[in-house]
Ligand binder design. Structure first.
Ligand code: PGA
Length: 239
């Protein structure tokens, strides 16, 4: 069985002081073994997170630029993300696609750059409510996965983490049912490999994580709102 992976996505929340307090609380708490944990904070918190968190807890960025360096005001490169001690980077979150113009094409480039720099990309895919209602979920997710993983080797596909995040479930309190999630995860499994970890994201809570994780193709969670509270995140890790 693949080791379950629980990832916190703090989005634009927490100062350095708040991140340090969270990290100390997470270090001190009893954590179920055989769970991989990664905390993705804002760029400004990453150095403090890496210095404060126990070494077995990973640190990730929430995005990065695909180019090696250059005239991209405000952007952060893979080298910079690595230098600060990150092992993971979230790529193509739906908020990046919606508000910051990321496309399937830039997502693909960012995945290649991340892998080149030995960063594990956590690649987000998922459909809008309207697309689900029009029975387009399968087509949308298949297109996103094909574009993202185009020309990757089997070895690279095994390394990549996919996060299925139905957009209607993000921050709404309306998580997909375990059956709805499993149906899409099975599709993503068929498009990737038995070794690829496929996370579910979208209103994950301490209450629903266990039934989600009981599904055969759900290998972890990408947790937004509930990851801001260390006690809630701990309950999710220790589901
Ligand atoms: P949420 O966010 O858990 O607050 O729904 C998940 C995400 O956007 O990664």
């Amino acid at each position: 069985m693949l080791t379950p992976l629980l990832v916190a996505n703090w989005k634009m929340n927490k100062t350095i002081a708040e991140a340090e307090a969270f990290a100390l609380a997470l270090n001190a708490a009893q954590r179920t073994t055989e769970r991989e944990v990664v905390v993705c904070g804002p760029f400004t918190t990453l150095n403090a997170l890496r210095k404060t968190l126990s070494p077995e807890i990973g640190v990730g960025a929430q995005t990065m630029h695909q180019a090696e360096s250059g005239a991209f005001t405000g952007e952060i490169s893979a080298t910079m993300v690595r230098e600060v001690g990150c092992s993971h980077v979230i790529i193509g979150h739906s908020e990046r696609r919606q508000y910051f113009g990321e496309t399937d094409a830039t997502v693909h480039e960012k995945i290649l750059t991340a892998l080149h720099h030995n960063l594990i990309p956590i690649v987000c895919v998922g459909e809008l409510l309207e697309q689900r209602q029009n029975n387009e979920t399968e087509t949308v997710v298949t297109t996103q996965i094909h574009a993202a993983l185009r020309e990757l080797s089997a070895e690279q596909i095994a390394k990549v983490v996919i996060a299925y995040e139905p957009i209607w479930a993000i921050g709404t309190g309306l998580a997909a049912t375990p059956e709805q999630a499993q149906a899409v995860h099975a599709l993503i499994r068929a498009l990737t490999s038995v070794q690829t970890r496929i996370l579910y994201g979208g209103s994950v809570t301490p209450e629903n994580i266990k039934t989600l994780m009981a599904q055969p193709d759900i290998n972890g969670g990408l947790v937004g709102g509930a990851s801001l509270d260390v006690q809630k995140f701990l309950q999710i890790i220790n589901y």
